[in-house]
Design a protein around this ligand. Structure first.
Ligand code: 13P
Ligand code: SF4
Length: 358
């Protein structure tokens, strides 16, 4: 077994256990919720801070970001918004790699996160030192990494991509005659390879949320809803992707929800996305794709355990105290900036259109 297989396999049980034990914010009464919302709004103004939230976080946080002039987006849109907004403080509500990307792009800004332990199984499955050794063994290949990686992994890469632009960027590299290494998601890597036909070595990491969608159960659900359209994120297993009407990034799936003529949509991605889908498709019935058969258990049940660590209480706390600042060592930051900037320059006009439309 080569390193691209062996490292994620060795870490798999540990990662699944971390996902299963990720702490959840304690439930709040409606009165506490409302007073925290008012308090956070006041702190944001006082501190010239803006909320940048991912589409997978809990709905009340997405609503708060929208109400306060912040932004709710996919990881690409978050990076771009943070980089162009004038606030001194960016409060990134998502997972660790999103806060790091914001800091890499904006070293002069203070970047806060409600919980710095909110990680990602893809990031965890790709330790920088072992990935670097792997890349060094294949010096003839361009290194393309997914946004869901640590700053240190990005520092070893030539390009960063997100699920919004991965196929376009890899197509561009293929046209240049490049062979590539892709990391860390095995399903997304295989999907990109199939779409582009590029010569690819792929790291075998996995997402604890998308890896759990089950094709057999999805087929049964499709029989119950024969007119439903099936929307699938490409971090899902191949057999699930094969059943999809639309495969794409979170942004592409939201657009598909808006444009679909179907009344029911079966969605194979984190159900946090339903907030953005309901906004553009209020009349459609949104159904979560199955993560397990009858009586089965699931670790994530279609909601990222680390995205779910963000809540009103820890958000208010970081704004009050200035704790949970994201720091990236300068030597790593400078190296990691190059692949991110390359991607942003490649995708600029598309992202600006998305922000203008929001
Ligand atoms: P996006 O790049 O579409 O925001 O997805 C990030 C992610 O974590 C998907 O699981
Ligand atoms: Fe990572 Fe999966 Fe969570 Fe996205 S949903 S942040 S890929 S663990």
């Amino acid at each position: 077994m080569d390193r691209a297989n062996e490292v994620p396999k060795r870490l798999e049980n540990e990662i699944r256990s971390m996902a299963a034990h990720a702490p959840k914010p304690a439930p709040l009464s409606p009165e506490d919720r409302e007073s925290l919302r008012i308090h956070i709004k006041k702190l944001l103004v006082e501190q010239n801070a803006v909320l940048v939230a991912h589409v997978y976080v809990d709905e009340e946080l997405q609503i708060l970001a929208e109400e306060t002039g912040g932004h709710v987006a996919d990881s690409l849109g978050m990076a771009y918004f943070g980089n162009t907004h004038p606030a001194n403080t960016l409060v990134v509500i998502g997972v660790r790699f999103m806060g790091e990307t914001a800091k890499i792009l904006n070293p002069e800004k203070r970047v806060l996160m409600p919980d710095l332990d909110a990680t990602c199984s893809l990031d965890l499955s790709c330790p920088a030192d072992e990935f670097t050794t792997f890349c060094d063994q294949h010096p003839d290949r361009e290194v393309v990494v997914y946004a869901n990686t640590s700053a240190a992994v990005k520092a070893r890469a030539d390009w960063m991509v997100t699920s919004s632009n991965a196929v376009d960027i890899v197509n561009h590299l293929k046209e240049e005659g490049q062979k590539i290494i892709f990391a860390p998601d095995k399903h997304l890597g295989r999907y990109i390879q199939q779409q582009t036909g590029v010569d690819m070595l792929c790291w075998q990491g996995f997402c604890v949320v998308h890896d759990e969608f089950k094709a057999v159960e999805l087929k049964r659900l499709m029989e119950l809803y024969p007119d439903a359209e099936v929307l699938v994120h490409p971090e899902s297993p191949e057999a699930v992707i094969a059943l999809a009407d639309v495969v794409g990034s979170t942004t592409k799936l939201i657009k598909a929800a808006e444009e679909s003529t179907a009344k029911q949509l079966i969605v194979a991605t984190d159900y946090g996305i339903f907030h953005s889908m309901k906004a553009v498709a209020p009349d459609k019935e949104l159904i979560v794709a199955p993560t397990g058969g009858e009586g089965a258990t699931c670790i994530s049940c279609a909601h990222c355990p680390w995205m779910a660590m963000n809540g009103l209480k820890n958000l208010a706390h970081v704004l009050e105290t200035g704790t949970n600042q994201v720091h990236v060592p300068e030597a790593i930051r400078v190296k990691a900036l190059a692949p991110i900037q390359r991607m942003l320059d490649f995708s600029k006009s598309n992202i600006q259109k998305q922000i203008d439309a929001a």
